[in-house]
Design a protein. Structure first.
Length: 65
C-alpha cells in the first residue's frame, strides 16, 4: 500500500519539473509502510499547514539550487 496522498502530493509536481528525483517516491511514497514516516503525511494527517517544499524527511527543498 502506498501513501493515500501520493497522487495529489506536490512532490509529484516537483518530480515532473525536475526539481527532485524519484528516489523520494521510492523511499517514502510508494512503499508498504515507510510513508507513515513521511513528515508531509504526518502534517497532513494532523491538519497542520505545511509548505509544498517540505520534503518527506522534514527538510525543505532549496528552490534556488
Amino acid at each position: 500500500m502506498s501513501c493515500k496522498w501520493n497522487s495529489i502530493c506536490p512532490l509529484r509536481r516537483l518530480e515532473r519539473d525536475g526539481l527532485i528525483d524519484l528516489s523520494w517516491s521510492r523511499e517514502y511514497c510508494s512503499t508498504d509502510s515507510n510513508w507513515e514516516n513521511c513528515r508531509r503525511y504526518q502534517a497532513e494527517e494532523a491538519g497542520e499547514s505545511h509548505s509544498d517544499y517540505l520534503m518527506p524527511d522534514g527538510s525543505y527543498l532549496d528552490k534556488d539550487e
